[in-house]
Ligand binder design. Structure first.
Ligand code: ZN
Length: 290
């Protein structure tokens, strides 16, 4: 197809977002490539010499890890994480099970970001400047940046969380707070952010340089949704096979593993004889439901 190509869209809705106009498709939207209308010729003439291609964002060819692996990869405690040299471990993602105990948002909780790379941008005259992308042609977006402290039984450490990580924890995009709810002052803290405090999660942490410093950045969080199993005391179950499979369960192993063990146990447990049978089955069912 000879360049430039003109595409005409019909039945679009013009909307406003962050002070700028944009068009959104509707159920009646159709598009036409090089439609046979006078405007097509005009547009082709204008753009015949200056075609600037669209930036394509390279998609990742890597397959994401299964969820259970993402939750447990390089599982460490906070004391172990702090013993590492962050400069030598920037490529590694660690998971920590911890609680957010303090929010350090007195210095602000969001910043104006480049919509393409989420870097902090600077005002330059009447427009905005991104160190990666130069003058912005679109409006900046507001992006969460929250410093906090997390703790586990071994210790505590300071972390920083950005944009979507915070959004997923409180189920609210930063732009809703700044534009719709009017929290435009980074020094005024919206009450919803207090929900972050005392959240217990599995945090995925990566060390990232920031100038001369290095931050422990929470790049993702997961619910620690597996509840500890309340296992029956082995003495009440007569079958030796059942006992051995239950006693092999170590309550100190990650709870995810514990669930797997219980499932396997269900599969292999043979019916037991005598009076104890219904009791035992009832217990196993209980484990299954948990
Ligand atoms: Zn940028």
């Amino acid at each position: 197809m000879p360049e430039p190509v003109v595409i005409a869209f019909s039945a679009m809705a013009a909307k406003q977002y962050m002070g700028g106009l944009y068009v959104a498709s509707t159920s009646g939207t159709s598009f036409y490539i090089d439609p046979d209308i006078p405007e097509t010729k005009k547009i082709k003439k204008i753009f015949s010499h200056s075609i600037q291609g669209i930036d394509f964002i390279a998609g990742s060819t890597k397959k994401p890890l299964p969820l259970e692996e993402q939750k447990t990869i390089n599982r460490t405690t906070i004391i172990e994480l702090q013993a590492l040299n962050p400069y030598q471990n920037q490529e590694t993602k660690f998971t920590v099970k911890a609680i957010i105990t303090e929010l350090h948002i007195h210095q602000g909780w969001f910043y104006n970001a480049c919509p393409r790379c989420y870097r902090q941008i600077k005002q330059s005259g009447t427009s905005w400047w991104c160190d990666n992308h130069g003058h912005l042609t679109t409006m900046p977006i507001s992006w969460y940046k929250i410093n906090a402290r997390i703790e586990d039984s071994t210790g505590g450490m300071n972390i920083v969380m950005f944009g979507k990580t915070v959004q997923s924890l409180i189920n609210k995009p930063c732009s809703i707070l700044t534009i719709q709810e009017g929290y435009t002052d980074p020094a005024v803290i919206p009450p919803i952010l207090n929900q972050l405090k005392s959240m217990s999660k599995i945090f995925v942490i990566q060390f990232r340089p920031r100038g001369a410093f290095i931050d422990a950045v929470v790049i993702k969080s997961f619910d620690d949704d597996v509840q500890p199993l309340s296992l029956p005391a082995p003495t009440t179950i007569p079958s030796t096979e059942t006992i051995s499979s239950i006693t092999s369960f170590d309550p100190k192993t990650p709870q995810v593993e514990g669930k797997k063990t219980a499932k396997r146990q269900l599969t292999f447990t043979k019916p037991v004889s005598g009076e104890e049978k219904p009791r035992s089955e009832e217990k196993l069912k209980k484990i299954k439901h948990e």
